[in-house]
Design a binder for this molecule. Structure first.
Ligand SMILES: *Cc1c(COP(=O)(O)O)cnc(C)c1O
Length: 335
């Protein structure tokens, strides 16, 4: 099957599996797991932060970050479309008594600087304390402009807000912009990075920040049930991903563009030009279900709807992309 539902569907290849099988392990709750320690240090160095914390999922690293930055009754500024706000079960509110202050995302994925400024509450008993600005990059496959990131994090600093980046796909953003990972996350106090999306590891996310921040975050991870024991087995997959699978993300971006160019030849479809590995295609609503079934019958898995999201990743080759385009052309030629 060609699976375009998400970049989370990748399977570890022989090199990654060999690294996992050979991993040195220990009890990570005691800090004894060499492979986890190496991953955390390597990740921190790569992103220019002091320390790292390995956790089972991006949902958990984001939640840990919010719990570490904010106290009960604090507020964080976040996008309406942000994963942290919209797709994580309201964890910050449910488990942290942290109030979200959602703002509309602009067309480019950013939060308008003036909206952020207007949402910062004065020191007044009527208001929750505005404590944190949380951004996401990439967001819906879109790369936040680097000048914007600088301006937003500077504003936060001036107004004494902490900053968190949901960088589940920050490596896609950095590769797209030709930036180092450290430059791409500069200005953020904390960053979460998914190892199990385009980077291809089976499990895990890294939270990065200052040594003091990570020390506090480690307590929250334990409280959330994220303390793992011989986690080096999976950490080794994450380390392999960071060492081998970042530069190749450029191929996923090329493949998304190739798919966009091919599908653009189909009159019935409307394409949003992809910036990274996520392609949005508008499908005539009355044909969406049949298209999804047709693709599936031809070995292609995709979440087809009126607004279809197609995601390229390391298990999707150039010839797979061409097959997807051909298959869509056949479907619309049938009528
Ligand atoms: C996938 C994702 C997460 C959460 O990661 P999980 O490992 O699935 O919990 C967080 N933020 C963004 C932007 C994501 O795409």
């Amino acid at each position: 099957m060609i699976d375009l539902r998400s970049d989370t569907v990748t399977r570890p290849g022989p090199g990654m599996r060999a690294a996992m099988a050979a991993a040195e392990v220990g009890d990570d709750v005691y800090g004894d797991d060499t492979s986890v320690n190496v991953l955390q240090e390597y990740g921190a160095g790569l992103f220019g932060k002091e320390a790292g914390l390995f956790s089972p999922s991006g949902t958990q690293t984001n939640l840990i970050a919010l719990l570490t930055h904010c106290q009960r009754g604090d507020e964080y500024i976040v996008g309406q479309e942000a994963h942290t706000y919209r797709y994580e079960g309201g964890g910050a509110a449910v488990l942290g008594s942290i109030q979200p202050q959602p703002l509309s995302n602009q067309a480019d994925g950013s939060l308008a600087i003036s909206d952020i400024e207007a949402a910062i509450k004065p020191d007044d008993v009527h208001f929750a304390r505005t404590r944190l600005l949380a951004l996401e990059n990439t967001i819906g496959g879109k790369v936040l402009p680097s000048g914007y990131v600088k301006a937003a994090t500077m504003l936060a600093r001036q107004r004494h807000l902490a900053t968190h980046l949901d960088g589940a796909r920050i490596c896609n953003a950095a590769i797209k912009q030709g930036m180092t990972l450290a430059d791409a996350v500069e200005g953020f106090d904390s960053v979460s990075v998914c190892l199990s999306k385009g980077l291809g590891a089976p499990v895990g996310s890294l939270l990065l920040g200052s040594r003091a921040f990570i020390k506090e975050a480690t307590r929250w991870r334990k409280m959330l049930g994220g303390g793992m024991r011989q986690a080096g087995i999976i950490a080794a997959g994450g380390l392999y991903a960071l060492q081998n699978n970042i530069a190749r993300l450029a191929q996923d971006h090329e493949h998304a563009q190739l798919m966009a160019d091919g599908l653009a030849e189909i009159e019935e479809l409307s394409i949003t030009p992809p910036q990274t590995n996520i392609l949005y295609v508008d499908v005539p609503p009355r044909r969406a279900q049949a298209l999804g079934e047709y693709l599936r019958a031809h070995g292609i898995l995709a979440s087809v709807g009126p607004r279809t999201r197609l995601v390229t990743h390391l298990d999707v080759s150039r010839s797979d992309v061409l097959r997807v385009v051909d298959c869509c052309k056949q479907f619309f030629a049938l009528r």
